[in-house]
Design a protein around this ligand. Structure first.
Ligand SMILES: CC(C)(COP(=O)(O)OP(=O)(O)OC[C@H]1O[C@@H](n2cnc3c(N)ncnc32)[C@H](O)[C@@H]1OP(=O)(O)O)[C@@H](O)C(=O)NCCC(=O)NCCS
Length: 211
């Protein structure tokens, strides 16, 4: 089985690491060649282009969008799925995902992360290294839990939410779509959409405009 990873930045390297035990062959496709290494990344070839079905791009069985930006990753994943290409779920061999959890296409779970029973994650989510989505959490599409971020049980995160490195969200808390929780924050109450919350306990610092 061959996997095409779309992207060639830092997140793409992490995705390769999660995928390498599950695919016989992996290559990258990116808008531009990586700054370091040029035509190869993780020892695998990097093809430059935007269309995975363009002439010159090798055939593949599945395509995974590995772009760090939540909005871009979600939009690209939807575009790939609209072309009926197979978008897998990737779980690193050293992660834990409960058999009672659900993960949407294009979602990855990286080493030492845990997704516990009854959690439901949408498409194109990232559960980064050591992050925890406790029991019965519900994550919309395009959510990113950064390394060591932790959600208590039953949290509900809207589309595109980004929980920064080491931040915590107490159980049962709702966070509105496209909000950002800054690194190290402790969220103790519900947050509206499109806000930045930071600090311990977290308070709303500002709102982001529509894009
Ligand atoms: C929140 C973050 C994204 C910055 O977003 P931003 O929109 O550029 O925010 P700003 O820098 O304008 O900061 C707005 C306010 O929040 C404060 N703030 C930002 N990050 C903060 C943090 N981690 N803790 C406490 N306060 C923070 C700023 O000091 C500023 O406060 P002020 O208005 O009193 O001066 C960034 O600070 C952060 O925490 N990134 C997370 C990194 C991460 O998890 N990476 C994962 C890679 S895999």
């Amino acid at each position: 089985m061959t996997l095409c990873i779309f992207g060639a930045g830092g997140h793409a390297v992490s995705v390769w690491d999660a995928a390498r035990t599950q695919y016989d062959d992996i290559f990258f496709l990116a808008h531009t060649a990586p700054a370091v290494g040029g035509a190869r990344l993780c020892g695998r070839p990097v093809f430059v282009g935007e269309d995975p079905l363009a002439p010159g791009v090798p055939p593949f069985d599945a395509l995974f969008v590995a772009v760090g930006d939540n909005a871009a990753r979600l939009a690209l994943t939807k575009a790939v799925m609209a072309r009926a290409l197979h978008v897998p779920v990737l779980v690193h061999a050293a992660a834990y995902v409960s058999p009672l959890a659900q993960l949407g296409p294009g979602t990855c779970v990286l080493p030492q992360a845990a997704v516990n029973a009854g959690a439901r994650l949408g498409a194109a989510c990232v559960v980064n290294t050591g992050a925890v989505a406790e029991h019965e959490c519900v994550l919309g599409d395009g959510v990113h839990l950064a390394p060591r971020a932790a959600l208590g049980g039953g949290c509900v995160l809207g589309e595109g939410v980004w929980i920064g490195i080491g931040a915590s969200v107490i159980q049962g808390t709702a966070i509105g779509a496209w909000s950002v929780v800054a690194a190290g924050a402790a969220v103790t109450r519900a947050l509206p959409a499109r806000c930045l919350a930071a600090g311990v306990p977290a308070t709303v610092k500002k709102f982001y405009g529509e894009t």
